[in-house]
Write a protein that binds this ligand. Sequence first.
Ligand code: ZN
Length: 326
Amino acid sequence: MTTRSLSLALALAASALAYSPAFAEPLKVVASFSILGDMVKRIGGDDVAVTTLVGPNGDAHVFEPTPRDAKALGEAKVLVENGLNFEGWMPRLVKTSGFSGEAVIASTGVKPRELTPEEQALEEAEEAHEHAGEKTAEAAHENDHGHDHGSVDPHAWQSLTNGAIYARNITDGLAKADPAHASDYRKRGEAYIAEIKALDGKIRAEIDTVPEDQRLIVTSHDAFGYFGQAYHVRFLAPQGVSTEAEASAQDVAKIIDQIRAQKIRAVFVENISDTRLIDQISRETGAKVGGALFSDALSPADGPASTYLDMFRNNADEIVKALKTS
Ligand code: ZN
């Protein structure tokens, strides 16, 4: 072979490579909310292009998808959602978008936390309240077809043990949808899971410095049930596991009584919620506002909780700080 024909052969080989999967565009992935978006970016690296539907400080409970969201999902090869009835708006969006890729339910395999009878009663009361105000045919239609929040708590990412399960499911989903990069996804996925597990141990040790009977926290909506189970902290919240309906006056009065009776000294605002409710509770009880906890969304990039792991560090630090000074 002459030098010229060799270089021609190399050029042809290179142009063939340019069309092979190794040089293809990044895998298009849609993540339903910011915490999953961060996990996908960690595991997917440069091999994925992620669109996050509910962004930083956004509330996925009351999200209303736009035509742009439908377009992004229609073009995606992978959808990553939480499941456990968290994204009530997702089935309709999937239908509208014509999405036909790999759907990853990140919470698959976690042990769902059943609501306690009190939490269940709170949900039902809020539900009745919410539906009493429904006027549109669409809302009534949705109601007819079992508009159901279910009796399990959707906030399973608030335990790092579950976070590791989420990471595993996302790794498997990406590897399945994009076999050419499967080993890269697995490598990054394993490294990430190791980090999640290390942080879990660190947070357990940090929270263990507070006596268990003092670990009592008030937040606005009931998003920390899995955190409470994992790290033995009790959380009280006037609003149920969804933010769809406002807390009733009775629920707020009940929390105020509990705070006084149990001498709870710190209440927390959440990044996704209006602070007025917690401000009111703080005024009426003298409990101080202990800072912001990140429940259902990350902070923007310049905030203290712009990744899943930073969110956990921030929340554990804020909780321990408030409990120790109270
Ligand atoms: Zn929530």
